[in-house]
Design a binder for this molecule. Sequence first.
Ligand code: 9WN
Length: 409
Amino acid sequence: MTMELDEQARAILRLNDMGGYTLPTHGLYPYQWNWDSAFAAWGFATFDPDRAWTEMETLMSGQWEDGMVPHILFHRPDAGYFPGPDVWQGRGPIPSSGISQPPVAASFMAKMLDLDPSGEPRARALWSKLKKWHAWFMEWRLDKGAVCITHPWEAGRDNAPDWDVAMMAIDASDVGEYTRRDTSHVDPAMRPTKFDYDRYLKLVQIGVSVGWDHEKLREINPFRVADPTMTFTLLRAQRDLLAMGRRFGEDVSEISEWITTLEIGAETLWNPELGAYDSRDALTGMFNNVRSNASALCWYAGINDPRAVPATKRMLDAAEYAIASFDPEAEGFEPLRYWRGPVWPIMNYLVGSGMEEQGQIEMAARIRQDTARLMELNGFAEYYDPNEGTPAGGGSFTWTAAVWLGWAG
Ligand code: 9WN
């Protein structure tokens, strides 16, 4: 059984391989996405290390002059996705979007190096690029040491309830006409709403209007939210970058300072009333009061926080398959609508592997078993209903297959 699933997972990676970069899935996502690609590299590393390093190299080849690594690289035009390169007008060496995504690449590169120590020369060449990307976050995205997103797509958790209040404050009345493509690939009931999309596009238009100048955007962008996903993944990635830097004989003093800053920032996201790490609106200073699976990324970031255990356990127990993206007991929980309830294998890996490392064995085992069960029963979907296990979103999904190969299987 496991062997068969291993083969299926490898076949998905091959199927989505465009030669040098991997699509999340054909149809719905016909480009290279940043954090998907890091997961893909790790999946490839379990059976084809050379291809794995190439994936990372292609991702980093899209890095902007200022260090940012965009969330989408549009290698070849494809009418099946909106908004495409003409709308985004990124200013990098490869047509791209104008925002970034959770920086998990350095952490997966560390895993790749464990699996394939002979890849060290390629890792060394990538290291300074990753450092430049991490420096970009430290320069442009901090609020009290926590990492902010400037667009919901930047967090990778598009329509999470975390952003609802901030989204309501955006005036998108003049966004104009546009045609979505996502809803022609999957059931609109599983996707973000038109209200969300109007604002997603409005934020892109604002970015384009200033040529994606980060300094100007810091002044005028109507959306800036400090986010646990970003803060915890960057904190973890800095630790992994530092460890690799030491191994390569690099000067890592600056990275140590970044780690201290991010640890202080992470603490500013602790919401005592919620009993969880929470997103905080950097423009208003208000917590969003949303209990999501991003809170449980603290362990992945190396923070073994006993305060976070009770609410995390409650979230695990509130659904058949852990861990729901949004608290199943909260008002507005939607088991099939993208980041407003469904369970995501990639988040399960980040959360579960962090718990394993920090000795939270019981919760970790529960998450890992549930992740495996979902794939055994329902294949390699983008995400699943946390109560029924129903596969949802795109099928034959790259990062889900990678999680099977690298961890759950
Ligand atoms: C926008 C590719 C990406 C993931 C994100 C996920 C979704 C895109 C979309 O798909 O976002 O970036 O069009 O919905 O939310 O995490 O990287 O799989």
